[in-house]
Design a protein around this ligand. Structure first.
Ligand code: NAD
Ligand code: UGA
Length: 433
């Protein structure tokens, strides 16, 4: 059992802390948000993430998982300290590392013995060096310590599974002592462990997200071509994916990638490359295609519905992807806001993200309790998130409830031919016209 602390108990910090407790370590999760910690101490989970609640309760009960607002306690009680604070985007696209530096300073001031300080947040290459310098500058004693980069590859919606059954664990470090400790920490998890330099680990994280975004923009570009020539992107993607060199995942055409990570990390990578003297033109095109995808979806809505002023549009799905309530940079936010600007009347439904959506849209949209309530008297239905629940809808009932039988599906949930047979005008992405 190792003693671990997590500074920043957000999506990544809470999942990391809980899963490290689950594999047998003693973990203190710290956050500066008092309300969040108070809730967690009471067993209330601030985010929707499958399996998380159960594991938090189990490990709290076993006295392996603790929540605190005291970074002092966390530093004192742990040998390994994970930095999991957010690294948001500044106005110029550069990642804002203010919170990372703040935490590194605090750790340095509070350290009284050897510690391993691990960056888990996504950080630009050479941040590890900066953290090391900061700790040296702010630590009053000449203490030994190690800085490690251990990027996280989990996805929201399957975060617990991704953490406990990862495809690889990347650890960038500089000493044998840190390697022994980090290998021991992850020993219960069966996955290849890659030991690299800190800089390499930092580049690996941004490269992975950049490649995933590239795959999505690539298939979206193919979808646009398919539409023009009457081909079907779903069949193209299936055939491409069966080639193991290409792989099946991340070839779903849609309304562009969103969320709190891919857009921010691609922007950061372009910025890091530029600062290092390299123009990452490829990624700039990936970003351009992603933006176009959203613009084209909105143009399609206008093309089908003509004037939007006063039209009632139903929206199914608000979170940036299924199985999460995360609305950060969700495509639905831009799409709905643009429709509202044109005077549309919007009704929305999402299986779990409604309360987060209320913080964003306030009273500018009508919140519904089911897909059927959304469909009632609407002059079209938009599908913006591919929740499993939507695949199982009673489409006959939806058709009867809709005033105008139009579905514009940004996630290709249904077979276009079957939908037309059921009496819908069904518009989807990259499946001919
Ligand atoms: P988040 O905003 O959900 O969580 C960050 C937490 O840090 C918040 O709870 C905030 O209150 C806390 N915090 C900020 N400053 C603090 C301080 N000084 N002391 C204590 N707590 C502090 O962010 P997130 O989604 O968990 O992302 C964190 C990092 O992990 C980012 O760099 C992100 O790119 C990366 N990442 C995220 C995911 C994901 O799926 N969300 C996956 C992999 C990597
Ligand atoms: C992504 C990466 O997948 C994780 O490996 C990484 O750890 C994380 O970012 C991070 O660094 O924070 P996440 O943002 O949770 O995870 O979600 P993804 O599953 O990657 O989806 C991102 C966006 O791409 C969503 O809007 C989704 O709808 C879209 N997407 C995804 C597509 O449009 N098509 C696809 O084929 C796949």
């Amino acid at each position: 059992m190792r003693s671990v602390s997590i500074i920043g108990t957000g999506y990544v910090g809470l999942v990391t802390g809980t899963c490290l407790a689950e594999i047998g370590h003693k973990v203190v999760c710290v956050d500066s948000n008092k309300e969040k910690i108070r809730k967690l101490q009471k067993g209330v989970i601030p985010i929707y993430e499958p399996q998380l609640e159960e594991l938090v309760h189990k490990n709290k009960k076993k006295e392996r998982l603790f929540f605190s607002t005291s970074i002092k306690r966390a530093v004192k009680e742990s040998e390994i300290i994970f930095i999991c604070v957010h690294t948001p985007e500044k106005d110029n696209g550069e990642p804002d590392l203010y919170y990372v530096e703040l935490v590194a300073q605090k750790i340095a001031e509070l350290m009284r013995e050897y510690k391993v300080i691990v960056s888990k947040s996504t950080m630009p290459v050479r941040t590890g060096k900066k953290i090391k310098e900061t700790i040296k500058n702010y630590c009053s004693n000449e203490l030994e310590f190690d800085v490690v980069s251990n990027p996280e590859f989990l996805r929201e919606g399957s975060a617990v599974r991704d953490f406990l059954f990862p495809q690889r664990i990347v650890i960038g470090l500089e000493s044998k002592r840190a390697e022994r400790i980090m290998r021991d920490l992850y020993r219960p998890i069966r996955a290849p462990v890659l030991i690299t330099s800190i800089e390499t680990a930092e580049i690996i994280k941004h490269s992975c997200n950049a490649f995933l975004a590239t795959k999505i923009s690539f298939i979206n570009a193919i979808a646009n071509l398919c539409e023009k020539v009457g081909a079907d992107v779903e069949e193209v993607a299936r055939a491409m994916g069966l080639d193991r060199r290409i792989g099946r995942e991340f070839l779903k055409a849609g309304i562009g990638y969103g969320g709190s990570c891919l857009p921010k990390d691609i922007e950061a990578f372009v910025h890091i490359a530029k600062k290092s003297g390299y123009d990452f033109e490829l990624l700039r095109v990936v970003q351009k295609i992603n933006k176009q995808q959203r613009d084209m979806f909105i143009s399609r809505i206008k093309e089908v519905l003509w004037n939007l002023r006063g039209k009632q549009i139903g929206v199914l799905g608000l979170s940036f992807k299924p199985n999460t309530d995360d609305m950060r940079n969700a495509p639905s936010v831009e799409i709905i806001n643009r429709l509202l600007e044109e005077g549309a009347v919007i009704k929305v439904y999402d299986p779990v993200a409604i309360s987060r959506a209320k913080d964003i849209f306030k009273d500018s949209v009508r919140y519904c309790r089911s897909a059927y309530e959304v469909a009632q008297d609407s002059e079209s239905l938009l599908i913006l998130t591919e929740w499993e629940e939507f695949r199982k809808l009673d489409l006959g009932r939806i058709r009867n409830l809709l005033k105008v039988k139009v579905i514009i599906d940004g996630r290709n949930l249904f077979d276009p031919q079957k939908m037309r047979k059921k009496g819908f005008r069904y518009i989807c992405i990259g499946r001919g016209r």
